[in-house]
Design a protein around this ligand. Structure first.
Ligand code: ADP
Ligand code: MG
Length: 267
């Protein structure tokens, strides 16, 4: 992690301190801590170990990139951080909560207010308008009062630059606009953590850069952001880069070129 960046501006430090306090954490405590996490999938033919002892610390307000070849365990790692999947062994602490201590329903409730998720293929509901898509997580979590949900959705769409698309159906938007809508939806309950799985993987070059810049902007308000990505210039934006190789964190801060997938093999 590049500590210097955190000392650059008081504004950012204050934003991070605010996020930490919201979670009942001292600023010195990590927002995310994984200790020796192993994940073995019990496939019908034979078990497969996708994570082989991953340990990780992410400070409050850090912007982290997770890189690695296809199959190296990136999505498995994000699913464990989001409490969508549970590790076979090891400890996971996110935003001051030990995830193993939560039941499935507690995990779902915790996720609703703690984690915003962004996917490669946006996963907007096609029959709802863009604004309705953004309101959906508010309706599940019930943190934002009902009367404030629509204005809040419009404010979030404004923040990601597509306020004018609010009443349209997702299919009528460009890929970049759909991903912005999905990012607005991820911000619906103002989660302290944003997890994005190859969010630029389905976008053209110019749009990819503007979406990465949007993540950087969202990080400036103290939000902790973890992005799985193949973008080669992601390190311009991030504090920490985690390279996965066959389910392990590779040594060394910088990934080798052959650990990044090329744009040509992007699905
Ligand atoms: P990445 O996101 O880096 O491409 P994944 O985390 O999706 O990698 O997958 C890591 C490995 O675990 C892959 O070999 C994949 O085939 C395997 N895997 C992922 N999910 C399952 C599952 N539900 N059952 C069995 N194997 C799985
Ligand atoms: Mg993946």
């Amino acid at each position: 992690m590049n500590n210097n960046r955190f000392h650059e501006s008081n504004t950012r430090r204050q934003a991070r301190a605010g996020r930490a306090a919201d979670q009942g954490l001292p600023l010195s405590e990590p927002m995310i801590e994984l200790h020796q996490v192993v994940k073995t999938y019990e496939a019908p033919s034979q078990p497969f170990t996708a994570l082989r002892g991953v340990s990780l610390r992410v400070q409050v307000g850090e912007f982290v990139a997770v890189v690695g070849k296809s199959g190296s365990g990136k999505t498995t790692l994000l699913n464990i951080l989001a409490g969508i999947d549970r590790p076979t062994s090891g400890a996971v602490s996110v935003a001051g909560t030990q995830l193993h201590a939560l039941s499935e329903s507690q995990l779902a409730e915790w996720r609703g207010r703690t984690i915003g998720l962004v996917f490669q293929f946006f996963q907007l509901l096609p029959t709802l308008t863009v604004a309705e898509n953004v309101m959906l997580p508010m309706e599940f979590a019930k943190i934002v009062p009902a009367a404030e949900r629509h204005p809040k959705a419009l404010a979030l769409l404004d923040r990601v630059g597509i306020r004018d698309q609010a009443d349209k159906l997702p299919v009528t938007l460009s890929g970049g606009q759909q991903q912005r809508a999905a990012i607005a939806r991820a911000l619906a309950n103002d989660p302290p953590i944003l997890l994005a799985d190859e969010p630029t993987g389905n976008l053209d070059e110019a749009t990819r850069t503007s979406v990465l810049e949007l993540f950087a902007k969202l990080n400036a308000d103290g939000r902790t952001i973890i992005v799985v990505t193949h973008e080669r210039d992601i390190s311009r934006y991030t504090d920490q880069q985690v390279t996965l190789v066959d389910g392990r964190v590779a040594d060394g801060a910088q990934p080798e070129a052959d650990q990044l997938e090329s744009a040509e093999v992007r699905p």
